[in-house]
Write a new protein. Structure first.
Length: 115
């Protein structure tokens, strides 16, 4: 079974940048699409954005222009580049891989934006 593990979270000041990684234990092309989600304290989990196997990306409206999803096929790793971070971006960030009706989630990585 393929597993996903996020990394790269931590404390960052407002206006700063952070790059999250999501490493797959198997071939990343196993997934039809991969997503980044986040869940802020006391809030529901929300979609950050998606990258299809074609490489096409889509983002939630509030993330456009600040967040960028990419992947390194050779490293079987998904990335989330976050710029211009705000305190409201504080959340646990999760990656998800989708294969038809099957989903694989990582355990998440915490991002805290604070001065």
């Amino acid at each position: 079974q393929v597993t996903l593990v996020e990394s790269g979270g931590g404390l960052v000041q407002p206006g700063g940048s952070l790059r999250l990684s999501c490493a797959s234990s198997g071939n990343i092309f196993t997934f039809n699409a991969m997503d980044w989600y986040r869940q802020a304290p006391g809030k529901e989990r929300e979609l950050v954005g998606t990258i299809a196997s074609s490489g096409d990306t889509n983002y939630a409206e509030t993330m456009k222009g600040r967040f960028d999803i990419s992947r390194d096929n050779a490293k079987n790793t998904l990335y989330l580049q976050m710029n211009g971070l705000k305190p409201e971006d504080t959340a646990v960030y999760y990656c998800r891989g989708r294969m038809g009706y099957l989903e694989v989630w990582g355990p998440g990585t915490l991002v805290t934006v604070s001065s």
